[in-house]
Design a protein around this ligand. Structure first.
Ligand SMILES: [Fe+2]
Ligand SMILES: [Fe+2]
Length: 315
């Protein structure tokens, strides 16, 4: 496979696993085409044309090596210059980061966060409310990300002539869909059971052994779960802290999160929503693994690094 083919496969899998309905995704793609057409000529060169086929602004090829057959990949959750030097030493053809780098980091999170509104709407939160709350949060995240040194690791990979890409929301979608189906099948009764259940997933079991297993951050072990919502696994980063009150109003009882800030925790507590933190790096690993399995099945060697808990699943 070439980098381009790996990239296209990640998008295909991301769309398939997306919790939104497929019409919402089609709309994102057609809106991008329309936006481009309506741009004045002087602005067109700045438009990212990947948006025509890729609805995930935080998943991109950073350094392509056209026509190169990829045989060996180094992949991890955070890829920095250290990992890139390692990639050079291990003579890999491509590095795949999970967290955004380069263009995905510079302006990738804002667009993809909008999908949180659609996911919440599918759980019953009125779209107008979900949309307005996420908009405010997007501004906050954007202000935080803007001053970063977005291309630092990309520059290192460029000097060493190594291919680099990152797969963020496509893999978080895979984790979200997996967890949604998992809880639908397991049907845990209370918070304690939900927590135990998660340990059946090898990434969380391993994380627990390593000291960062799932835990309950809001709620008590014997509390009933009510309706479980998978609203905090995908969609760029943490959403609006004001959303918990709205979620409670539409009958959501429990949410499964990758991580939770103190401010978010307090709001969830006030809204009487249970929150189970599945774990950040373990959940990111789950999503990456579901994608990496597909690459391994095509004969590519996968070398995990940077926190990635590699678990292989059968076809
Ligand atoms: Fe993630
Ligand atoms: Fe993450």
């Amino acid at each position: 496979m070439t980098i381009e083919q790996i990239y296209k496969l990640s998008i295909e899998l991301g769309i398939k696993a997306d919790l939104r309905n497929k019409e919402d995704i089609k709309r994102v793609l057609s809106d991008a085409k329309k936006e481009y057409q309506d741009l004045p000529k002087s602005e067109k060169e700045y438009f990212d044309k990947d948006k025509f086929f890729n609805p995930y602004s935080d998943t991109r090829i950073q350094i392509d090596k056209p026509n190169k057959k990829i045989k060996k990949i180094l992949t991890g959750i955070d890829i920095d210059s250290a990992e890139i030097l390692l990639a050079d030493k291990l003579k890999v053809d491509l590095i795949i980061a999970h967290h955004p780098v380069g263009k995905s980091l510079a302006d990738g999170l804002e667009d993809v966060m909008k999908m949180q509104a659609d996911i919440l709407a599918d759980y019953g939160v009125p779209i107008n409310i979900a949309e307005k709350l996420i908009e405010k949060r997007i501004t906050e995240v954007s202000q935080k990300v803007k001053p970063a040194n977005h291309y630092q690791s990309v520059d290192t990979a460029k000097l060493l002539n190594i291919g680099l890409m990152n797969t963020h929301t496509v893999c978080d979608n895979l984790a979200a869909k997996f967890l949604k189906e998992f809880f639908e099948k397991e049907k845990p009764y209370n918070v304690e059971e939900a927590l135990h259940c998660l340990l059946k997933i090898p990434e969380y079991k391993q994380a627990k052994k390593m000291g960062f297993g799932p835990f309950v951050i809001v709620g008590s072990p014997k509390h009933r779960l009510g309706k479980i919502a998978i609203t905090e696994i995908t969609g760029g980063t943490e959403g609006s802290k004001q959303i918990y009150e709205k979620m409670a109003q539409v009958g959501i009882g429990t949410t499964i999160a990758m991580h939770l800030s103190e401010e978010h925790r307090q709001e969830a507590e006030k809204a009487n929503i249970n929150v189970i933190v599945a774990g950040h790096i373990s959940s990111d690993s789950l999503g990456m693994n579901l994608f990496l399995d597909k690459l391994e099945q095509k004969g590519i060697e996968i070398i995990p690094c940077s926190g990635l808990i590699r678990v292989k699943r059968k076809k």
